[in-house]
Design a protein around this ligand. Structure first.
Ligand SMILES: [Zn+2]
Ligand SMILES: [Zn+2]
Length: 404
């Protein structure tokens, strides 16, 4: 039996036993499906109800199913203009590939198709011949944990800076990251330009200190009063507090771009500096202009707080994105919706495993060490072995093993 038929049988079993609930205002949305090896093979589909969607999933069990962030009066119409846009949710996507964590050197690898060289890590250019190299990406608890941390920060920004707490929903993408849907009524009519402006805010694009209320007249430093600061100004002042509370002179020296001994002096003055921020004053040090310490420090804090969301996902109103709680056909994992309260302790590579545990024989398994369902597997080097169904799906779907 080929991998495609084997995987399709598993998808069919999943949809026969699972009802997919969560797409609000389903009849106004455009859907697209994908087949083995192709994430979107047809789109412009629509379903009048959750029942109709579930009947379709039971019958077809597609490898991928996505739906629009937008709602239309005629979702099946083409071209896109003919659909009659009613409104669109905001969507933010965080992908582990975009976030540089140290684990990449252990699970990612590169290969040059021109000269055949290859190795561990993420190398985009071949060191042998200088041509472009292909990177094979995997995920692990470390990079998904970092992705989750950024997702939690975005939620805080949405709630605190924009008041979008109504209609916020988060789900695992089913593969390498998280999707945040903002379905609040307030955002539905946002124009493309408005969406772009929000995105620039979140990603800290073109962030500069003066418009946020930071200034450095005649060697001194002024800031918004700590208690009254809003938006990015508040984020920066909180970040400074955080940097001081670590009591780590080495780290502070790097952030403020000062010698270690000056960072130590700054830490000694911590209480006075914090009091100054309450009053809207950025204290300097004897003989050093406030600007020289504070500008690098504030900009370092800003760099740590910028959120690297996928730009294309957030600005394309016509984008279709994985239907929450369906299966991602490249992994066999469920794109599970997770409550905001549970997100911090959520382990997607364990809790989104929905395929069974029966042993399946596979051959030519090729993979770095990987984590699934709370266990570690591999590494495999063209091995024949028996794997639980969920791990077999994970490798077969990305052509990293064959059915024996
Ligand atoms: Zn090469
Ligand atoms: Zn990782």
């Amino acid at each position: 039996m080929g991998a495609q038929i084997f995987l399709h049988n598993l998808l069919q079993r999943f949809y026969a036993n699972t009802r997919i609930g969560g797409v609000p205002e389903i009849s106004g949305r455009e859907f697209g499906i994908g087949e083995f090896g192709k994430k979107i093979s047809s789109r412009h589909l629509s379903f009048c109800s959750a029942d109709a969607l579930n009947a379709f999933l039971r019958e077809k069990a597609p490898f991928y199913i996505s739906c629009s962030a937008a709602r239309y009066s005629l979702p099946v119409a083409r071209p896109m203009d003919a659909k009659g846009l009613i409104g669109a949710d905001l969507i933010y996507e965080f992908d582990a590939d975009e976030i540089m964590t140290s684990c990449k050197t252990s699970h990612d690898s590169w290969k040059c198709s021109s000269c055949g060289a290859g190795g561990k890590g993420r190398l985009l250019e071949c060191p042998q011949c200088g041509r472009g190299a292909q990177v094979e990406e995997w995920v692990c608890p470390e990079c998904l944990g970092e992705t989750k941390r950024l997702t939690l920060r975005l939620i805080k920004v949405m709630e605190r800076d924009f008041g979008f707490s109504q209609g916020l929903s988060v789900n695992f993408s089913g593969s390498k990251g998280f999707h945040v849907h903002v379905r609040s009524d307030a955002v539905q009519g946002f124009s493309k330009a408005g969406r772009l402006e929000l995105l620039d805010y979140i990603t800290g694009t073109n962030l500069s200190l003066a418009p946020l209320g930071f200034s450095f007249p005649r060697g001194s430093g002024l800031c918004p009063k700590r208690g009254a600061a809003k938006g990015w100004a508040r984020v920066l002042l909180e970040g400074v507090e955080e940097a001081f509370s670590q009591n780590d002179a080495g780290a502070l020296a790097v952030m403020a771009n000062v010698p270690y001994r000056n960072a130590e002096k700054l830490l000694k003055e911590k209480r006075a500096i914090m009091n100054g921020m309450e009053r809207g004053i950025l204290l300097g040090m004897n003989g050093i202009r406030a600007e020289k310490i504070w500008k690098p420090l504030l900009l370092s804090v800003a760099d740590l707080q910028k959120l690297p969301v996928d730009r294309q996902t957030s600005t394309d109103i016509y984008k279709i994105i994985r239907v929450p709680d369906t299966i991602h056909g490249s992994t066999g994992l469920q794109a599970k919706t997770v409550s905001l309260q549970e997100l911090s302790s959520f382990d997607p590579l364990k809790e989104c495993v929905v395929m069974g545990g029966e042993e399946v024989l596979v051959k030519n398994a090729l993979a770095p060490r990987f984590y699934l369902n709370g266990k570690w597997f591999g590494p495999y080097n063209n091995d024949s072995l028996s794997l639980p169904e969920y791990a077999a799906f994970y490798l077969l779907a990305r052509h990293k093993a064959e059915v024996a």
